[in-house]
Design a protein around this ligand. Structure first.
Ligand SMILES: [Zn+2]
Length: 308
């Protein structure tokens, strides 16, 4: 476990939380986030249609005119064109600038927490950027089509395993392996930690879907959510996967009540809530891992109590 350097340049960053912020780096990652968001928009539009992500170039789905580079600047082009195609004046969905701004915000927040405040390695930071990008694609496809694309989870699950080996700090930093080692080989341990995270995350949602089907006599939760939560658990480890599992329904309830009241549809996508819960649990991981540790200790005390 890496000791967090709380003192930087004589400033105790625990007391002066915002003193750790370096605006120029945050701005850089805001721009990187906007550009990435622009690419995520392409993914959100093309992945469900099984189209290539690289060719052809971006075009207007209404008049098929290729979009020129100056009409493809994230957010700015949408504002300049007032949300309409330059050629045919068809409306551009508000989703485009929203996804770009959201990605920009997420990148800035991750950069602030993991690079500037916690001083984690760039490797861990990049893993979280990749995870959040995958979650943004899943969220917006799920909101529109009520499916989580297999293209995201089938690529995401093996990538999560590989990242856990390349970047052992991902699981080590989360205290998963601090007290015991199964094999004595750090990278093999983190691979196992990643698999346990996958089983915990995917398994909990799978149990829920079986229980839901048994109680409600219909499909309560799609298998897409199982795969999505498996991918998330593979990156976050089991302690955060369990936290995400318990945090997501709170966001779900907030959303479900208005949807069930005003919309006829009984189907509510669950992917967006899992994604939102993941972001919250990643950013507040010390708190949530601490909470799980308390429950684990409680369980150990109870369990050993029965045997003594
Ligand atoms: Zn057009």
């Amino acid at each position: 476990m890496k000791q967090l350097p709380f003192c930087k340049g004589g400033v105790d960053i625990r007391k002066n939380f915002l003193d750790a912020a370096d605006p120029s780096l945050l701005f850089l990652f805001f721009v990187v986030g906007l550009i990435t968001g622009s690419f995520l928009n392409v993914c959100i539009y093309r992945i469900p249609k099984k189209k290539s992500l690289v060719s052809p170039r971006s075009f207007c789905p209404n008049c098929n005119t290729p979009i020129r580079w100056y009409d493809n600047v994230p957010v700015l082009s949408y504002v300049v064109l007032r949300g309409c195609c330059r050629t045919c004046k068809a409306k551009i969905p508000i989703r485009y600038p929203l996804v770009e701004l959201l990605t920009g915000y997420v990148f800035v927040h991750l950069c602030y927490v993991f690079i500037q405040y916690r001083h984690e390695s760039a490797c861990i930071f990049i893993c979280y950027l990749a995870l959040c990008s995958a979650l943004i694609i899943s969220t917006f496809v799920d909101l529109e089509l009520l499916v989580i694309p297999n293209e995201v989870t089938f690529i995401g699950i093996p990538v999560a395993l590989v990242l856990s080996v390349i970047c052992p700090g991902l699981h080590d930093a989360q205290n998963t392996l601090r007290n015991f080692s199964l094999t004595g080989i750090c990278r093999l341990d983190t691979l196992i930690a990643s698999m346990i995270g996958m089983l915990a995350g995917g398994g909990l949602i799978f149990l829920c879907s079986i229980l839901g089907k048994w109680v409600l006599k219909k499909d309560a939760m799609g298998f897409g959510d199982v795969k999505l939560m498996g991918m998330i658990g593979g990156i976050t480890g089991w302690k955060l996967a369990v936290s995400i599992f318990f945090v997501a329904p709170f966001f779900g309830l907030l959303m479900a009540i208005p949807v069930l009241l005003f919309k006829k549809s009984q189907l509510i996508p669950y992917g967006p809530f899992l994604s939102l819960a993941t972001l919250v649990c990643i950013l507040m991981q010390d708190y949530f891992i601490g909470l799980v540790n308390v429950y684990v200790q409680l369980f150990v005390v109870l369990f050993s109590g029965f045997h003594s």
